[in-house]
Design a protein around this ligand. Structure first.
Ligand SMILES: [Zn+2]
Length: 262
């Protein structure tokens, strides 16, 4: 059981972390568990993948698409609960926060009415907001979606220099968030996760089922985590977070807890 869980997602980074400089990921997860072979959802599109990450089911089960989450707020009584809903039920007074550059995640994939602090902004601005928030709040569950890596992939092609350089840039933002948590004294009892929703092709697209699109990286650190390489599916992110708070997995979920504990 952990006091806090921090999930920082790099949209559109796939497993290209391994191809570029990520000094912060290197230091943060030096003794953590990692994988560059995690299967995400197909089609490899943001709403499908983030939806599965937070709802613990395959995308066919939650049915969310970019156009749905862009147009409709997620009903509070949606058949599949997000991990946020479970954490709220267990900890009625806890501080919970979602910072998504792509704002449809905040409202189309995460329930309203749960008293979750939600904010949006471009990645650099978002990072400043997150650090300020973390200095002032003991956030039990923090979710972050940075979007600029995906933007660079669409612009320059995934795996190209422009895309890889943006991963390195967002790695620096990650480092600021990590250091803020460390300085606040809330790291020792925390589970800290970095992953991605999908990758993309050299020509700047995603949605298909090539390895460049469907295979992503996943990093975890925290007490009791084996320093090891592991594998899981992207939907297992939700199960990992629920288990970190000793919450039973809902029967509608198909996610499993990754084998990363000592
Ligand atoms: Zn995406």
């Amino acid at each position: 059981m952990y006091s806090n869980v921090y999930l920082i997602g790099f949209d559109g980074a796939g497993n290209f972390f391994k191809d570029t400089d990520t000094p912060n990921i290197d230091r943060i997860f030096e003794n953590g568990a990692f994988s560059h072979h995690v299967l995400t959802e197909i089609p490899t599109i943001s709403a499908q993948c983030w939806g599965s990450m937070l709802m613990g089911v395959d995308c066919e089960a939650h049915g969310l698409t970019n156009s749905i989450v862009g147009l409709r707020h997620l009903p509070d009584d949606f058949a599949i609960p997000t991990v946020f809903k479970l954490v709220r039920e267990k900890f009625p007074d806890a501080n919970l926060a979602a910072f998504s550059c792509w704002n449809p995640i905040n409202y189309g994939i995460i329930e309203e009415g749960l008293n979750i602090h939600k904010d949006t902004g471009e990645d650099d601005e978002l990072c400043e907001k997150i650090c300020e928030f973390l200095r002032e709040n003991d956030t039990k569950l923090l979710f972050v979606q940075f979007d600029s890596v995906d933007g660079a992939g669409h612009r320059f092609g995934y795996g190209t220099k422009g895309h890889l350089d943006q991963i390195t840039h967002v790695d620096a933002l990650l480092g600021k968030i990590f250091d803020t948590i460390k300085d606040s004294g809330r790291l020792d009892d925390a589970l800290f996760i970095v992953n991605s929703d999908h990758g993309g092709t050299h020509t700047g697209g995603h949605g298909g089922d090539t390895d460049a699109e469907k295979i992503v990286s996943f990093f975890v650190r925290g007490k009791g985590i084996k320093a090891s390489e592991f594998t899981c599916e992207i939907k297992d992110t939700a199960a990992l977070i629920a288990s970190a708070f000793d919450i039973d997995l809902p029967t509608v979920w198909t996610a499993k807890v990754p084998d990363i504990f000592e």
